[in-house]
Design a protein around this ligand. Structure first.
Ligand code: AMP
Ligand code: ZN
Ligand code: FE
Ligand code: FE
Length: 275
């Protein structure tokens, strides 16, 4: 089967492989293609496409946006938009600037808790400016300075929601996120709904579909069998394309190998038709 992994991160956000290394890993995993879905950033797509041409791996333009919502942390994947769309790029720039301010806020909170790490340390983990800084970068510094055993421990002790160094980040409303992607010629898919409270899933999928979302991520490592069954039935009822992917982050999420979730190539054709 020609298969695609439609959810993967690079060093442009909080993955640990460069876009070129990601495509090399995709070729080794026998994938026909991948979507590069960095948080709030499209900066990895060009390099991945270049490597993809060389290695015969198709690269789908993608992104992962965070939405404000009463049910909690809602992530929205975008596919097949124009990665040069000026309105989209301007909004992403604002989201990344807010991420920089938030990272500084986290560092400040840690300092007040007696943990001295610097923004330079964090920026170094995020491999420079212009990248999408996130909590995993802070977590890596906490681990390397001996303040946490591993990344998960850093979230459990300090960085997770409700923990002492948590700072919320700027998020889009569901309406703005979906419209931003559609305006740029793309299609939106709800990511890893299995991480949300079970009773919140179906109402959320219906609400987002009503706002113009045309797909839902069924196959994801954190979606259990019951969640997948529920999402498949919602997808068929609402006419949503069923997407899937590993949510690969390299060493930042050791359990999720590239290609551990994969969907047939015709899913990409269906996404194209749904735009
Ligand atoms: P951020 O975009 O800065 O909020 O960071 C989001 C990243 O942190 C995503 O890759 C999440 O999977 C990861 N993450 C969020 N919460 C946790 C948690 N409680 N434990 C481990 N990783 C988490
Ligand atoms: Zn991530
Ligand atoms: Fe996510
Ligand atoms: Fe992700």
């Amino acid at each position: 089967m020609r298969a695609f992994d439609l959810h993967a991160h690079t060093v442009v956000s909080d993955g640990t492989l460069t876009p070129t290394e990601l495509v090399e890993a995709a070729a080794r995993a026998g994938l026909a293609g991948i979507a590069v879905t960095d948080h709030d950033h499209v900066g990895g797509i060009d390099e991945a496409r270049e490597a993809g041409r060389r290695l015969g791996v198709e690269v789908v333009a993608g992104i992962e946006l965070s939405l404000t919502h009463a049910v909690g942390d809602v992530h929205l994947l975008g596919y097949l938009f124009d990665p040069e769309d000026a309105v989209l790029l301007a909004r992403l720039q604002e989201l990344r600037a807010a991420r920089e301010r938030r990272a500084a806020g986290i560092v400040e909170k840690l300092a007040r808790l007696g943990i001295a790490i610097s923004m330079e340390d964090v920026a170094r983990e995020a491999s420079g400016s212009g990248r999408s800084i996130g909590r995993p970068h802070v977590a890596r510094v906490l681990v390397s300075h001996g303040h946490a055993r591993d990344i998960q421990d850093a979230f459990d002790k300090w960085l997770g929601e409700g923990r002492p160094a948590f700072v919320p980040k700027l998020k889009l409303t569901a309406r703005e996120g979906i419209h931003l992607l559609r305006r740029a010629g793309g299609v939106a898919s709800l990511a890893h709904a299995g991480l949300l409270p079970a009773e919140a899933r179906a109402p959320l999928v219906r609400e987002l579909a009503h706002l113009g979302m045309r797909a839902v991520e069924v196959d994801h490592p954190k979606n259990d069998a019951a969640t997948r069954a529920e999402l498949r039935s919602l997808a068929s009822e609402l006419g949503l394309v069923e997407t899937g992917g590993s949510d690969f982050h390299g060493d930042n999420k050791p359990g999720q190998a590239l290609g551990c979730e994969r969907v047939p190539a015709d899913v990409v054709a269906r996404l194209n038709a749904a735009r």
